[in-house]
Design a binder for this molecule. Structure first.
Ligand SMILES: NC(=O)C1=CN([C@@H]2O[C@H](COP(=O)(O)OP(=O)(O)OC[C@H]3O[C@@H](n4cnc5c(N)ncnc54)[C@H](O)[C@@H]3O)[C@@H](O)[C@H]2O)C=CC1
Ligand SMILES: O=C(O)CCC(=O)C(=O)O
Length: 446
């Protein structure tokens, strides 16, 4: 075992000992640590300054009580969190997730990943993530507002335009950000930069809603083209049917591919002629109804995971949630003839699945790079707010596209520098690791 590998393993053991039950966080750390040995070997300063251990511990975790009364007069108590993971590269930046599965482990994994993702954008943002085990599903607008107001009544003390700038994630879209921002203004002041993903009429940025999905396709198209391929004429499966999935589907169709299936947590729509993204958007974004409402002729709704679908297709774009693709599902993708997997969701593939992608030379777009378009556009929103300006959709989209292309280029350069072939997983992890590690070296032990 090399000295670098020994160091990595020793740090991993410590992280595991500190939180043996935080399985999602340990998974994210394990996957990352598996790939960065060449960078540690190349730069002895990282070990000397114990950068890895410093990096694997969040700077701060805030937990708080969120009591609220629903419209029927019942009192509920939820748990709120903000994980301020790493500020070496700027103010903490990352979304808020409202979902019953939210836990410290999930938010630590998301905050860890966010730190590296954000560094890839080339923009001055650190990493953070937050949320609550509150379940917004089926709640009235009034109850969502009550919950958001209570959540912000504590969170406001810990955030600020130069300190920590939250945005949306699962269960948090424009509606929730609007209510959260409304309460922040009431408590503090109308500092427009404190949240991103704001409705455009509240000084949000044009293009933020579309950004994660569009960015995923800009990144993936660049990776495909660099390998002599493109979306044109390809059959694609997308999981999820929320914010990221909807705009992913729209952009695939614009690029000449056909999305033949998309899903929710209970089942999936199979539509050989191509998912109608306007119908999907109306059902999910406007009416907030279930996917079973999708009734285009020739389509059918099938219960279960979309990754069990056994039909030939080319490209898989997981856009739902963590660990949706395990080893068994990854084998099914390979049997279906899939040659590219690119991740809109955070950590949708478990380690066994990733190992199969790498062994089989799948063109793999890891989440940290492929879904960075959302946070990049959030940072463009911060820039517009700070300059009291407002850019057109075309101006935002052009910058987003260039950022995603640049991310792929920097990953590809790292692959060449370290002789990684097209192991883009190692390329992504090493590129982002070096950026954060170097920033941490400069700031000393803090
Ligand atoms: N919204 C954003 O800008 C960004 C989101 N992401 C990630 O993208 C993923 C999706 O987030 P959003 O679209 O924003 O959330 P959302 O709340 O708009 O949609 C989530 C979708 O996933 C589906 N889903 C949840 N669990 C599922 C399961 N087990 N199987 C199949 N479908 C399931 C839900 O039915 C819903 O359609 C998450 O992993 C999130 O962390 C990553 C970068 C930015
Ligand atoms: O827009 C943001 O600040 C955060 C987006 C996010 O949560 C993510 O990239 O996972």
């Amino acid at each position: 075992m090399t000295a670098a590998k020994e160091y990595i393993e020793a740090v991993y053991q410590k992280v595991e000992k500190r939180g043996p039950h935080q399985k999602e966080f340990l998974q994210a750390v394990r996957e990352f640590f598996n790939t960065i040995e060449p960078a540690i070997e190349k730069n002895p300063e990282y070990k000397k300054w114990n950068i890895l251990e410093q990096m694997a511990e969040p700077e701060r975790i805030i937990t708080f009580k969120v009591p609220w009364m629903d419209q029927a007069g019942h009192i509920h108590v939820n748990k709120g969190y903000r994980v301020q993971f790493n500020s070496a590269n700027g103010p903490y930046k990352g979304g808020l997730r409202f979902h019953p599965t939210v836990s410290e482990s999930i938010l630590k994994f998301l905050g860890f990943e966010q730190t590296f993702k954000n560094s890839l954008t080339g923009l001055p943002i650190g990493g953070g993530k937050g949320g609550s085990d509150f379940n917004p599903k089926g709640k009235s607008d009034a109850d969502i507002m009550r919950f958001c107001q209570s959540f912000m009544t504590e969170l406001y003390r810990h955030i600020g335009p130069q300190l920590d700038v939250p945005a949306g994630d699962i269960g948090v879209g424009g509606r929730e950000i609007g209510y959260l921002y409304g309460q922040y203004k009431r408590l503090v002041s109308p500092e427009t930069g404190v949240l991103t993903g704001k409705p455009v009429v509240m000084n949000g940025s044009l293009g933020r809603t579309e950004a994660t999905g569009y960015g995923l396709i800009y990144y993936t198209e660049e990776m495909l083209q660099s390998n002599g391929k493109s979306f044109k004429g390809q059959k694609v499966v997308v999981s999820g049917s929320g914010n990221v999935a909807i705009y992913t589907i729209k952009k695939v169709h614009e690029y000449g591919g056909t999305v033949i299936a998309c899903s929710d947590s209970s089942g999936y729509i199979y539509d050989e002629n191509g998912i109608d993204s306007d119908m999907l958007q109306d059902i999910k974004e406007v009416r907030r109804e279930r996917l079973t409402e999708y009734n285009k002729e020739g389509s059918r709704y099938i219960e279960g995971s979309v990754w069990d679908l056994a039909v030939p297709y080319d490209i898989a774009l997981p856009c739902a949630t963590q660990n949706e693709i395990d080893g068994t599902k990854a084998k099914q993708l390979l049997e279906n003839g899939v040659y590219c997997v690119s991740e809109g969701a955070n950590m949708p593939s478990n380690i066994e699945a990733i190992d199969l992608y790498i062994e089989n030379n799948i063109l793999y777009g890891p989440a940290k790079a492929a879904n960075a378009g959302g946070v990049a556009t959030s940072t463009l929103e911060m820039a517009q707010n700070a300059s009291h300006g407002h850019w057109t959709l075309e101006q935002v989209d052009e910058q987003l596209k260039q950022i995603m292309i640049n991310i792929f280029k920097s990953v590809d350069e790292t692959c060449q520098e370290y002789n990684l072939g097209n192991n883009y997983l190692a390329g992504v992890n090493i590129t982002s690791f070096v950026k954060i590690a170097d920033a941490m070296l400069h700031q000393g032990i803090v």
